[in-house]
Structures are given as structure tokens and as C-alpha cells.
Design a protein around this ligand. Structure first.
Ligand SMILES: Nc1ncnc2c1ncn2[C@@H]1O[C@H](COP(=O)(O)OP(=O)(O)OP(=O)(O)O)[C@@H](O)[C@H]1O
Ligand SMILES: [Mg+2]
Length: 287
């Protein structure tokens, strides 16, 4: 196996001791199994920015914090300095998100740092120690699918409670470890409060997970957790342990007024009908 330059740097610096094998070459990164001392870990090597589109990421970057205004201006102008800054902001988002999420109790791979374009993290394995399968690759009993769904919704809530939306959550970006699902692949994590597309991304994330698990437990398809948690989040009422129902009722006050008026009319008519029936029953028999 040809060792990529980025990993050679880490070998030379003694940050990793061996590159065992390539796990996957994805759209945006190549993932390797490496050894650091006695520990087997996962190294994610980001691809060159040149091969990715800036446009596609514009919607994600909205609201992302940039350190200095010089940096922000350069990024906006997309000058070569700007490009470099954009690139490193993009790469760092995943590491930052991982540290933030571990602290918030979200089950993501434990990060072990970011070195010259390489993210080192925990290798998620199955019970045999092989790299874990993706959520879309496992067969589940209905009960297990319901459990995974409840767990993942809870993880999405925890993320939202620290202001983050995954932004690309799907059957491809959830691994299944022996203790259950582990969420991966967070370079596009979105700042929920500052991004105009936040709700749409949350709906897509929750929708993808619900659709995948709904294959095994179809009743999940009738739930609407995204809108429910978003409504609570917007009101500042969402906490990691807030119970959710999966039912979202839109607040349509006008319709409600009509419904109440109708209910009152019906109750009044019912009372008159009862009164008439009672009067009829009290009338002396004609026989
Ligand atoms: N921490 C990890 N432990 C085990 N396997 C991992 C880990 N991180 C990534 N992988 C494997 O590598 C694949 C690619 O990782 P990731 O999704 O982070 O990168 P990506 O380039 O965005 O890929 P894609 O474009 O396919 O989404 C994952 O689907 C998974 O199979
Ligand atoms: Mg991925």
C-alpha cells in the first residue's frame, strides 16, 4: 500500500507508528487504520480542497465562527489566502465538533487530535474488533430498530442542545458498534442558531434516520421528531432529557377558534335534544 504523504508526515513525527490498511476512500477523505503505540486508531486524511466545490458548502458555512475579521474577509473574497483559511476552517470543524460532542455526551468517535490535515480518532469496531458496519448495512429486528431510533433521536437532541446539527446524517454516517450506533463524519456540522437552513437540515437528518430504521419498524415513518424538537429549541425549552412524543401539532390558532365554536354549538344542540327527549318521556301515556 502506498502511504499517503499526509500520513508519512505523522510517521516521521512519531505521532503514529504504523499504517495498517486503508478503510475507505470517500468523496472528501480517505480513512486508514493506524497504530499509535499499542492502540489501533482511525486516521481520516482530508482530500485536497481543489477537488471539492466551494458552492456546495456555502450553505453550511453560514454562521460559522471565524477567528479574526481579516480571516473572514479573506474567506469571503476566496483569494488564495482565503482558500487556505476556508480549507483549514473546514477541516477543523470536524475535530472541534467531535471534542464538543464528546463533552456533551454524544456517542461519536473519541478524537485524539488533528495533525497537518489528518484527524486521529477512535476506531469504531464490531464485537470481533473489525471496523464497524454502517447502519445501512445491518439487518435489524423491529424492536432493535425502535431502540436505535430512540437512541439516535436522543443524540440529535443532545447535539441541538449544544447548538449543532450534523447536516449529513444518514445510514452511511452512523456506524453500529457492539454498544449501539456511533455517529461519524461531521465536517459539515451546522451552527443551529445562526444558519437559515438549519431547520431544513435537521428535518433531513431526522428524516434519513427515520426512513432507514422505518424499513424494519414501519410505524416510525409516522413520527415527526424534527419539528417537535425544533419548536422546543426555538423557545429555549429543549434540554437533553426533554421527553418527546414524535407527534408535532402545528399551532393553528384560527382553526382552533372555529373548532371551539363548533364544539360549543354541538354541545348546545345536544343539550336541547336531551331536554326534548326528557320532556317527551315525562308526557303522560296516551293509551
Ligand atoms: N472512527 C471510525 N471508525 C471506524 N470506521 C470509520 C471511522 N470513521 C470513518 N470510518 C469509515 O470510513 C468511511 C468514511 O468516513 P467518513 O464518512 O467520515 O468520510 P467521508 O469521506 O465523508 O465519506 P463519505 O463521502 O462516504 O461520507 C465511513 O463510512 C466508515 O466506514
Ligand atoms: Mg461519510
Amino acid at each position: 500500500m502506498r502511504i499517503p504523504e499526509a500520513l508519512q508526515v505523522l510517521l516521521d513525527d512519531g505521532i503514529i507508528d504504523e499504517v495498517r490498511r486503508q478503510l475507505k476512500s470517500g468523496k472528501e477523505a480517505s480513512v486508514y487504520v493506524v497504530r499509535c503505540g499499542k492502540e489501533v486508531r482511525c486516521a481520516k486524511v482530508y482530500k485536497d480542497m481543489g477537488t471539492r466545490s466551494f458552492q456546495a458548502r456555502a450553505q453550511y458555512q453560514e454562521g460559522r465562527k471565524v477567528r479574526g475579521s481579516r480571516q473572514a474577509r479573506a474567506m469571503a473574497k476566496s483569494t488564495s489566502y482565503g482558500r487556505k483559511e476556508q480549507e483549514s476552517a473546514w477541516k477543523n470543524t470536524e475535530v472541534d465538533a467531535l471534542y464538543q460532542l464528546v463533552a456533551a455526551g454524544v456517542r461519536v468517535p473519541q478524537p485524539f487530535g488533528f495533525f497537518s490535515g489528518v484527524l486521529l480518532m477512535e476506531l469504531v469496531t464490531d464485537a470481533q474488533g473489525h471496523s464497524a458496519p454502517r447502519l445501512g448495512e445491518v439487518d435489524l429486528a423491529p424492536e432493535q430498530a425502535r431502540e436505535f431510533h430512540a437512541f439516535l433521536i436522543h443524540q440529535v437532541v443532545r447535539m441541538l442542545c449544544v447548538g449543532l446539527i450534523h447536516g449529513d446524517l444518514s445510514e452511511f454516517n452512523v456506524l453500529v458498534g457492539p454498544e449501539g450506533p456511533v455517529i461519524i463524519d461531521l465536517p459539515q456540522a451546522v451552527n443551529a442558531a445562526a444558519n437559515n437552513n438549519a431547520l431544513a437540515m435537521l428535518q433531513r437528518d431526522v428524516g434519513n434516520i427515520t426512513e432507514t430504521l422505518g424499513r424494519f419498524a414501519p410505524e416510525l415513518l409516522a413520527t415527526d421528531y424534527a419539528n417537535e424538537m425544533w419548536a422546543l429549541f426555538e423557545q429555549g425549552l429543549l434540554l437533553p432529557e426533554t421527553p418527546l412524543t414524535g407527534v408535532f401539532v402545528k399551532d393553528e390558532s384560527e382553526t382552533n377558534v372555529d373548532e371551539i365554536v363548533m364544539a360549543i354549538d354541538e354541545a348546545r344542540e345536544e343539550a336541547i335534544r336531551r331536554e326534548l327527549a326528557r320532556a317527551a318521556a315525562l308526557e303522560p301515556d296516551n293509551d
